[in-house]
Design a protein around this ligand. Structure first.
Ligand code: FPP
Length: 243
């Protein structure tokens, strides 16, 4: 066996973003480039998720939010949707043990109703299994849409009988799927696309946006390191001015 030593990155000069959000894009193009079916790209994407979770734990990122399946993704061919669900089920059955061992606490963002009941059960079991872990919170946006999330929050606030004057940004945030978590510091989008695609549209209001040409299966530990370096070169003003 060839011992594989990982390249070491010096992160001491840098502020590590607490919350990294990623739009994992480009699985299909990664596969096409290699003459492979799209499903092979999604499988490679799932493998890469494992690597990026480990890199986040190693680098000290506390929260990773990934866009796994949007409310719009139901519009893909049925065979592709089925293939994606199969991958999610496998990750929840098999890889969850490794995630658990790494101290990952899984959260779900989105709506589970309408999802195959056996997959729902796997999600619930994984949430329960990992709920006490605190090294990395992994938010999986699955059957998620930012507008749907905001509508869901508003409906909930009305159902709770809140009056207009009760509403604050903090209270509103507490009705979102990310309740209690800090907003993302950086939103990465792989594969060179320059859209937000209904992802964390409330929470990412002041996030640094980092598009990269790498396809998601190629977005490795070094790419994550480069994203952190780029994040450190940004000047976050939150709408204010610098002295
Ligand atoms: C984008 O590629 C990716 C997705 C549709 C999300 C699915 C993500 C994975 C399977 C990665 C692993 C995730 C989990 C939760 C196990 P695309 O099909 O949009 O690529 P394209 O734009 O090149 O066609």
């Amino acid at each position: 066996m060839i011992a594989h030593r990982q390249q070491s990155f010096d992160l001491t000069p840098y502020t590590i973003p607490t919350h990294v959000a990623i739009i994992m894009d480009g699985n299909g193009r990664w596969a096409r480039q290699r003459g492979l079916p799209r499903q092979a790209g999604h499988r490679a994407g799932a493998e890469n998720l494992r690597r990026i979770v480990s890199a986040c734990v190693e680098f000290g990122v506390k929260i990773l939010t990934i866009y796994a399946f949007s409310t719009e993704n139901w519009g893909r061919p049925e065979s592709e949707v089925r293939g994606l669900m199969k991958i999610f089920a496998r990750v929840l059955d098999q890889e969850i043990h490794d995630l658990h061992a790494q101290g990952v606490c899984l959260h779900h963002l989105g709506d589970l109703t309408g999802i195959d009941p056996s997959l729902q059960a796997k999600v619930r079991r994984a949430l329960e299994m990992t709920k006490e872990n605190d090294r990395l919170i992994l938010n999986v946006a699955f059957n998620y849409g930012g507008r749907a999330e905001i509508l869901h929050a508003v409906r909930q606030m009305l159902a709770d009988g809140l009056a207009p004057e009760d509403l604050t940004e903090g209270l509103f945030s507490s009705y979102l799927f990310t309740a209690g978590l800090p907003d993302p510091d950086i939103v990465v989008r792989t594969s060179g696309e320059l859209r937000i695609s209904n992802f964390l549209i409330w929470q990412a209001a002041y996030a640094e946006y980092y598009p990269t040409p790498a396809f998601w299966p190629d977005f490795d530990r070094e790419e994550l390191y480069k994203a952190i370096v780029a994040y450190n070169q940004r000047e976050r003003r939150f709408g204010m001015v610098t002295e």
